[in-house]
Design a protein around this ligand. Structure first.
Ligand code: MDE
Ligand code: FAD
Ligand code: SF4
Length: 673
């Protein structure tokens, strides 16, 4: 079914069993006590799941290059020894693994951070120390030593991280390099650093060792590389001894989304295709490729030789094995939410996955067959209930899942109405297929009562009944011009031209995005998306940035958001995606007012208090996104009847955008009962 994607790639001395690369992801296990054993289990599952070549999270070649103080590095034999458990586990499971060497340069969150020049990153609190020429040579040597130590640890190769704005980019781009010695000035000098690194690494590791170089195709920042420079570097890297060229898109400080849910699937493979024409080495494409059909299409049309998927391997360790066995319908698809992966990584927490809480928990969350099957009812087929019932049934319990609605998914059916959040369809599709696979008895359109549950003879009842949206308890709060977000998003009630949104949380943001959307579905079309965000997929301009700025769509309505708390809007949004929503609403002219009190709603509009004064926003619709209360109406009667009751997800704690906790709680309970 996927002949190009599943075709092996012979490198002479070694062979990748298919065209998938599991992209580098820092997990924080690298710095956790006992983390290497857990990493070994994490990677071993992906090797067993037939990932073609795994790339580890970034490991620094020296202390200055670390992500933060105490973060992983490899410049001693002791550190190399620690990695053996990983390489042995991967090899025992038929896989190949390369270690990424990452020098963060000015992105290092610590006082030892260094850079090509003393230019601070807008997203870091540290001004880097400018490296002397000797220090640059020493760093080149450190890369080589690190690669040698990785080889000693049993790795099949290394990846040299040359994208996302890390140290290597900081040398190649004038944005961050104003040196006038042998490492700066002309492009020839600016690109010398990565070339010397690749040469030194090749010399250190010999011929039969994979060197992947991750080349930044589109820097997406002012003062980044031009396309001609990227190609020149790609050719030089090839000549310097690399084996494979991987590609990267956008520096971390770029204000253009590159991997978030708003990015169309496979949006950047056309740029990789341009590079592929220029070099002979196998070329890897990446970013927002999350299913085998797309991976197959990209390779079949010759855009790339290999496809790197990072987050999809968090979502499903068996991605490739399932594709090969024609079980694509059972692949748990990465929806690009970043909520449990990159948001955690940049928030200093352990990486996992919203749709697969077992990711990075392979040693402590396992779905073991039960010796004593029970009859269990799960009430609510939102993410919490779906997760609990599929895990319980997989373990051998006899599970009945009830939902009052006519379809499964709970609030995910509402979330998927938000432009760019249609990826939630994949989660609903996955769980739907898993319910069938594990023979869960599903009763839809059934608002089950406590009496029915008691009569059903269930040994355990799980309440995954979600939430009840909060109302606005002020005069006029129940007038016809007041709608809840469910009225708008789910029931499609008409909304006027002038709108007040009450609430600045995640649902308030989503509702604002929905109401201000011009309806062109750019999240599905790379060209439209590029136009909207002001970049150029043909890379005719430096760093891929258009001279003309972004052309965000005009809003069909005038929207004002309100919140009671003080301070900036957006503080509850995801760390690595919040800025995307903030920029979008700003571009669409959405006004935001914080620190208000709500007074009344009448024919004039919304009356609110601000700094001791009453003001009025004339509006024809007020949409209430003022939070939620847990729906636990079944709890007391069931407990009174002596039933074992468990509460998960929104019903346990109404936390707005929290399918992550809902799914994790479902899985944890499902594994325990
Ligand atoms: P922030 O709040 O977004 O920004 C801080 C302030 O700076 C302003 N800002 C800018 N001003 C001018 N020009 C700019 N270019 C610019 N950029 C930001 C902001 O407006 C803001 O000002 P304010 O609003 O307060 O007035 O910063 P933050 O520190 O909260 O967030 C920084 C992030 C890194 C999270 C970030 O910017 C991120 O969202 N960027 C996108 C990242 C992304 O999606 N990258 C795609 C690929 S991911 C990848 O390849 C590797 C990722 C993780 C590696 S692991 C590598 C290998 O293993 C590193 C793991 C690090 C662990 C700690
Ligand atoms: P729900 O999804 O609310 O499911 C509860 C189910 O129980 C419902 O289907 C209901 O019909 C059923 N039910 C209740 N009582 C009974 C009964 N007596 N009998 C039978 N059935 C019953 N979260 C994120 O993590 N990321 C996002 O990007 C995100 N975006 C969102 C966008 C919007 C617009 C909305 C509304 C939510 C979003 N969420 C997001 C939140 C996420 O959807 C919820 O956190 C999650 O759905 C809660 O899951 P749950 O299973 O606990 O409850
Ligand atoms: Fe993908 Fe979201 Fe899981 Fe990250 S948390 S791997 S983005 S589904």
């Amino acid at each position: 079914r996927y002949p190009h994607f599943l075709e092996p790639l012979d490198l002479g001395y070694t062979r990748l069993r298919n065209r998938s690369i599991m992209g580098s992801m820092h997990t924080a296990l690298e710095e956790t006590e006992g983390g290497f054993k857990r990493l070994a289990a994490f990677y071993a599952e992906r090797a067993r799941g037939e990932a073609g070549l795994i790339v580890t999270g970034g490991i620094a070649p020296n202390p200055a290059g670390r992500v933060f103080t105490g973060a992983a590095k490899m410049d001693t034999e002791h550190e190399s020894d620690e990695h053996r458990v990983i390489t042995e586990a991967v090899h025992a499971n038929g896989g190949l693994i390369a270690m990424q060497i990452l020098h963060t340069g000015r992105y290092g969150y610590h006082r030892e951070a260094v850079g090509a020049s003393e230019i601070q990153a807008p997203i870091n609190f540290v001004k880097p120390k400018k490296m002397t020429s000797e220090e640059v040579w020493q760093t080149v040597a450190d890369y080589a030593t690190c690669a040698k130590l990785a080889q000693r640890a049993g790795y099949d190769g290394v990846e040299i991280m040359g994208s996302e704005g890390y140290l290597i980019n900081q040398f190649t781009a004038v944005r961050t390099n104003n040196r006038d010695d042998e490492w700066g000035g002309s492009y020839e000098k600016r690109m010398r650093f990565p070339i010397e690194v690749v040469k030194a690494v090749r010399k250190a590791v010999g011929e039969k060792f994979i060197i992947i170089y991750r080349l930044s195709l589109l820097d997406l920042v002012d003062g980044g590389s031009s396309w001609e420079e990227v190609v020149e570097l790609g050719k030089a890297i090839e000549a310097a001894g690399a084996t494979i060229i991987n590609t990267g898109i956008g520096w971390h400080e770029a204000r253009i989304p590159t991997i978030a849910m708003v990015v169309p699937r496979g949006a950047f493979s056309a740029v990789t295709a341009k590079l592929k024409k220029e070099v002979r080495l196998p070329v890897v494409t990446s970013n927002r490729i999350n299913n085998p059909e797309l991976a197959e299409a990209i390779i079949a049309r010759g855009d790339a030789d290999l496809v790197s998927m990072a987050r999809p391997f968090l979502a499903d360790a068996e991605f490739v094995a399932k594709a090969r066995a024609d079980k694509g319908h059972l692949i748990n698809t990465c929806i690009a939410c970043n909520q449990a992966c990159l948001d955690h990584t940049f928030g200093g927490k352990l990486t996992s996955c919203l749709v697969n809480p077992r990711a990075c928990n392979e040693t402590n969350l396992n779905y073991v067959k039960t010796a004593a099957p029970k009859k269990i009812a799960v009430v609510g087929a939102g993410p919490a209930g779906l997760s609990a019932s599929t895990v319980l049934a997989e373990r051998g319990h006899n599970v009945t899942l009830f939902d009052a609605a006519s379809k499964i998914g709970g609030q995910l059916n509402v979330a998927r109405e938000i432009p760019s959040k249609t990826e939630f369809d994949e989660t609903i599709r996955y769980f739907g297929n898993m319910l069938k696979e594990h023979n869960v008895h599903v009763e839809l359109g059934k608002k089950v009562t406590a009496a029915e549950l008691v009569a059903g003879g269930f040994q355990e009842v799980i309440l995954a009944t979600g939430i009840i949206p909060r109302k606005l308890a002020i005069p006029g709060g129940d007038s016809v011009r007041v709608l809840s977000y469910l009225d708008v998003l789910r029931d499609k009630k008409p909304v006027g031209k002038n709108v007040a949104i009450v609430g600045g949380g995640g649902i308030g943001y989503d509702t604002a995005l929905y109401l201000t959307d011009g309806g062109h579905a750019t999240w599905a079309k790379p060209d439209e998306f590029a136009k909207e965000w002001g970049f150029d997929l043909t890379v005719s301009t430096r760093a891929g940035l258009k001279e003309k700025s972004a052309e965000h769509k005009k809003s069909p309505r005038s929207v004002t958001m309100f919140k009671r708390s003080k301070g900036k809007f957006g503080s509850t949004l995801g760390k690595t995606t919040g800025w995307v929503h903030k920029i979008t609403l700003e571009e669409r002219g959405v006004a935001q007012v914080s620190n208000v009190t709500y007074e009344k709603i009448d024919d004039q509009g919304l009356h609110y208090g601000l700094k001791g004064e009453t003001k009025v926003l004339p509006c024809d619709t007020v949409v209430v996104c003022a939070g939620q209360e847990p729906n636990r109406e079944l709890e007391a009667p069931l407990k009174d009847a002596g039933i074992n009751v468990h509460i998960i997800g929104g019903a346990k704690e109404a936390g707005e955008l929290d399918a992550k906790r809902a799914i994790a709680e479902g899985a944890e309970l499902g594994a325990r009962l």
